[in-house]
Design a protein around this ligand. Sequence first.
Ligand code: PAD
Ligand code: ZN
Length: 360
Amino acid sequence: MRAAILRNVGDTALDVCDDVELIEPGPTDVIVDITHTGICHSDLSVMNGTIPERIPSVLGHEGAGIVAEVGDAVTSVSVGDHVIAVWSPPCGNCVYCLGHKRPNLCANLQFGIMLRPQFRQGDQDLGAMCGVGTFADRTLLPEQAVVQIDAGVPLETAALVGCGVMTGVGAALNTAKVAPGSSVVVLGAGGVGISAIQGARIAGAADIVAVDRNPAKLGVARSFGATEAVLPEDLDEVKAAMNGGQGFDYALECIGHPVTMRAAYDAVRRGGTCCIVGVGRVEEQLSFSAFEIFFNEKNLVGSYYGGADVRVDFHRMLRLAEAGQLDLAGMIDRRLSLEDINDGIDALLTGDVVRQVVEL
Ligand code: PAD
Ligand code: ZN
C-alpha cells in the first residue's frame, strides 16, 4: 500500500512509497482504510523537529475512514463502520480517564502505540505520527483510537474533526470556556485558529478579533466569524478598545511561537484567560516577571487536543456542523492526492491555506 514517510528530521519533503505494509494486528487492534486526511501544522512540526517523533515514520494524524478488519477482542466497532482516528486515545481506565475526567491527557495508549512500529517496508520498521499514521492507504489502531460516526457524515469533513477542528473549537469551549458576550482574540488563522474562531462564535463571544501575519487570512477569518481581523502590528490598537483599554477576556494562541504566546498573554486583561494551543519547540522558553503572575491574576492554560473527550466531543462537533453552526466544508481549500502531498506541505508553509485534504 501507499504511505508518505518522513525519513529524517529536517527533510522538507516526504517520501511517497507504494510498498509499505502494516504489521500484524493484535486482538484489540482495528485496521482502517483511510479515505481522507487533513494536513495539520503539527505534521510540519514533526518534519522540522519541533515535535519529537520516532523516525522513520508515516506522518498524518487527522484522518477518517472505514474499518476494514477488527481483532478478535474488539467490541466497539465492526468491519464497514465509518470512523475518525484519534491521536490521543483514552484508555478508559486510568487516573485521567476516570479519576480526573481528563481523557485527552491519558498517555497510556498514545505512548504505547508510538513505541511499537506500525508499518514495515522491506526489512525496515516504520513508526506512525502519534501512533496514527493517516498519510497511508491503511493504518492500524487500538480500538480506543477510533470513534465510530454515522455513515451519512462526509468522511472528508469528519477527517478535520480528528485534529484541527476538535483542537480549536475545543480550546474555546472546553479549555478557555469562552462566555457569551465576552471578547476573544485568536492569534493565527490556520486550521486550528479558524476552528477557535468558530468555537468562540458558537460560545456567543461578542468580539472575536483574529490576528495573522498573512493579510490574505484576515478576510478568511472574518468569513468564519471574526468580528475584526488585523495584522500583528495592529493588535495593541484593538486591545485598547476592549474592557476600557484593559484587554481581551480571552486569548487563544494558535501559532506555536514564544513571541506570539507572550503576545497572547499580554493581550488579555487582568483576570482574563490566555490559552496556549500552538506547539513550540521543547527547548524554547517563555518568560514572565515573577511579579506579574500574582499581580495580574491571569489564567494561563495549555490546551491539549481541545481538552476533548473524543468519545463525546467528536459527535458534538459533527452535530454543530449538521446544525449549520460549524462550517467544516468551508475550511477545505484544496484536495490533493497522496502523490501530491509535498505540494500540500509547501502550501501550508506559506500560510495561505486553512486546511488541505488528501483523498486516499
Ligand atoms: P497553520 O500553519 O495552518 O496556521 C498557522 C497560522 O498562523 C497561519 O495562518 C500563519 O499565517 C499564522 N502565523 C504564523 N506565524 C505568525 C506570526 N508570527 N504572527 C501572526 N500569525 C502567524 O497551522 P495549524 O492551524 O494547523 O496549527 C497551529 C498550531 O496549533 C501549530 O503550532 C500546531 O502544531 C498546533 C496544534 N496544537 C494541537 C494541540 O493539541 N494543542 C493540535 C493540533 C495542532
Ligand atoms: Zn494536528
